[in-house]
Design a protein. Sequence first.
Length: 534
Amino acid sequence: MASPTQFATSTQPLWPSQAPAGTAVAHPIAIRGWLRWWTPSFADFFLIALMAWLFVCGANGWKSLLADGDTGWHIRTGEYILAHHAVPQQDLFSFSKPQAPWFAWEWLSDISFAGLFHLGGFKAVTLFSALLIALYAALLLRYALWLGADGLVAAMLTLLAMGASALHFLARPHLFTLLFLPAAMWLVQADSRQRTRWLWMLIPASALWTNLHGGVFIFLACLGVVTAGNAVEACLGRPRWSSVFRYSALLAGCGLATLANPYGTRLHAHVIEYLRSDWIRNTIQEFQAPTFRSEEQLQYEALLMLGLIFAGFLLRKMRFADALLILFLAHSSLISVRHAPLYAAVATPLIAAGISAGWQSWAGRMPTKSVVRILAQMSADATPAFRRSSLWPLVVLLVVMFLDAPLKWPHDFPSETFPTGLVDRNAALLQSGRLLTTDQWGDYMIFRFYPRVKVFVDGRSDFYGPGIGNEYIQLLHAGYDWRALLDRYRFQVALLPVDLPVTTLLKQDAGWRVAADDHRAVILERIGPQRSVN
């Protein structure tokens, strides 16, 4: 029998039954559980470093999330809804289409942004947007690992996808689609392997998604492509007819769920008209084909090439559902660069899993001590560390929330993009009459001065359409009849970039005077009488 001294010096754990009476001893399993949650993993370091690279160490930091002025009218729309307890049915912001029917189809996002702004200003708005982006990165990484990708391959492809998606890293409602789309397709992919009742949660999720952002319609299109792919496989003799009927029912349910919006079927008609508009496709830059010139588009190009190659392998293996999904989104992204992040969100995990399978297969045929075999083994060994998470990302988020000066939180839209200083110094003049400005700066004017100021145009291209849109382009570029348009809309003040043709002509016009000029933007005031327009 062991002596008390032996018990005292024993290396065996002291179980609760062995402890002296009245002594509380933590169970080793409980201790290991707590240590697991407090031990950072590769995935934690990866996500924290990624967010630091995007928003702390980058040249523009948090301000990059406010590079698009649409955030301004989203905040003001949300304030209107909260104040009136109703979603607007008519335009709130313009004098060019007063009281015209308007679809505030992202009204739930508008409320979210307005609530965040009143809670903590632009700090809360940008922090929440960054959180959505961080969740998007984590989701892509986890999805790729679930599909069987190696940890290092999944991390590298996730970085590529984040670069390709960066053009839409803005504090706008589409961040919800960037998060929801891969999550929804992951659930469909999981159901294709093993039937789950959770699949039907996509129906109420579609109703929520419809009121957050119109990206729900791209999900319906992807679901239709998956259904068609399963039908092709079924026609080729594979047991897929049950999947065809299942996903057809899901598509019908999700489609019906999109009717749960304040505008009913009118919203669907509006979306179809908007997406079919030649004027939108030919005029709005983000609806045009990618140019492959920026760093983000070059990363998208690399991801696109990998996806097209992988789709070829999928077709050879008769996996039409996944192949058609990649090809559909690749085609969509080549038509409109705004779809490039959606392609990255869905295709990246599939590509990562495919590359990992090929890499491991190739490495398995190499000698044991070859560089390829060693690298493959290292990647496989690192994969479990990427699957685990701890509480450290949450700790970092809480620390960031309470830091102020070191992180340079924005208190206004970035002055590099918007004439914030000039507007501050000339606020009274800019509110004195009808204002001519660009659509982006119109967004900013709405944010700064609504309801005292109405604008000619702003970022709602779906609302203004080709009628007002073409007149706006004619005015800024001093096209045919630009003076008649100037008088028809009775502009009294102009806030314009210095390099526009209309700016040069108005500076030379005796009926206008330069009120302020900071060499980037000019404020002009009408001093002569307006000409009558027949």
